[in-house]
Ligand binder design. Structure first.
Ligand SMILES: Cc1cc2nc3c(=O)[nH]c(=O)nc-3n(C[C@H](O)[C@H](O)[C@H](O)COP(=O)(O)O)c2cc1C
Length: 336
């Protein structure tokens, strides 16, 4: 019997993991003033005991203004450092799971409510603050940012340096910057493989990103494609309308044109290019049917009711039916 590759060691630069199972960074929204809480001790401790290859903390802010919400974790004080050191010691003592910290700065997209609530700015009375940004670009969800001057930029750089040093001092195995890339195509070499990071601009979320391995023709679609799921239209007017169904269809056409052999969707089973086609056909049909009903003078509520029924009937084994109506409302609002 051959051993499963999933359970075989892998070396990434100097770091050897016992197996290839990794806990993704996931915001827990369980901190006060950036401090790890009892929740973190138990949550991260559980993963130490389950012998993953690597566990990575949630986005961990390098300065208070870099937290996404007031409940986000930080690594910018001695108290934060000591509390995290306590968890690292637990990892050393029990099991062989490696421990990584994701360092992050939310920049302009800071001072909002946690993502399990409807996104909106947190006011100063609620513990919110003014986010910092390289430009004065603003949206309807986040508080208007303060544009950084050179002195402020230096402070951010110092904050990154300090948090990196703190993480190093407590002996974490991996420090991962939460990095956002921009531009149409960014190429990196990852463990000997060529990897393309592509952005498509706003479709599902601003600057939709996918990862493509051109030699192996493997495509990671993120939330742009989900298998047997009604497409998630995060469409909550007036606050959150950060979705463009028409552009989304165009992006899916681009993804099909890459002719991937293997598609890893945001959720669901790994499959072939048909996973993308199914998602595109659904969104296209939702668009066309909504346009048709609007042109016939049908009200938006009646269109939602009608299409909610017909789409469920067409895809009886799909999940997340609650998003059909949001999709109809979006296409209704943008239809000429
Ligand atoms: C609740 C939640 C919180 C997340 N927080 C972060 C985060 O702090 N930093 C980050 O880079 N990604 C974050 N992500 C993205 C995940 O790390 C992961 O990349 C994404 O969920 C896709 O992997 P999956 O298909 O296994 O869920 C978060 C995802 C979820 C569901």
């Amino acid at each position: 019997m051959t051993a499963s590759r999933l359970f075989s060691p892998i070396t990434l630069r100097g770091l050897t993991l016992d197996n290839r199972i990794v806990l993704s960074p996931m915001c827990q929204y369980a901190s006060q003033d950036g401090n790890p809480s009892q929740w973190h001790t138990v949550h991260l401790g559980t993963y130490a005991l389950s012998n993953l290859g690597l566990a990575i903390t949630e986005a961990t802010a390098v300065e208070p203004a870099g937290r996404i919400s007031p409940m986000c974790l930080g690594l910018y004080s001695d108290a934060h450092q000591e509390a995290l050191a306590h968890i690292v010691r637990f990892y050393r003592e029990f099991g062989s799971t490696k421990f990584g910290v994701q360092l992050a700065h939310a920049g302009r997209k800071a001072s909002v409510l946690p993502s399990f609530m409807i996104r909106r700015a947190v006011t100063p009375e609620e513990g919110g603050w003014t986010p910092i940004s390289p430009s004065d670009y603003r949206d309807d969800v986040h508080p208007p940012p303060a544009v950084m001057d050179l002195e402020r930029i230096e402070r951010v750089k110092t904050a990154w340096r300090d948090s990196t040093r703190r993480a190093g001092d407590i002996g974490v195995d991996l420090i991962e910057p939460n990095e956002v890339y921009d531009g149409d195509l960014h190429e990196i070499e990852l463990g000997g493989r060529r990897v393309e990071l592509r952005t498509w601009g706003r479709a599902h979320t601003r600057g939709d990103q996918v990862v493509f391995l051109p030699e192996e023709r493997i495509l990671f679609t993120g939330d742009l494609v989900e298998e047997r799921c009604f497409a998630i239209f995060p469409y909550f007017p007036p606050e959150d309308v950060d979705v463009d169904g028409k552009k989304w269809i165009a992006v899916l056409e681009h993804l099909e044109a890459l002719e991937p052999a293997i598609v890893v969707p945001g959720h669901g089973e790994v499959g072939g290019a048909s996973v993308i086609t199914e998602a595109r056909e659904y969104i296209t049909q939702l668009q066309e049917e909504t346009r048709r009903l609007k042109a016939e003078g049908v009200s938006v509520d009646a269109a939602v009711e009608q299409l909610d029924g017909s789409m469920r009937a067409l895809h009886p084994d799909w999940v997340q039916e609650e998003w059909i109506g949001f999709g109809v409302r979006h296409f209704f609002a943008v239809a000429e």
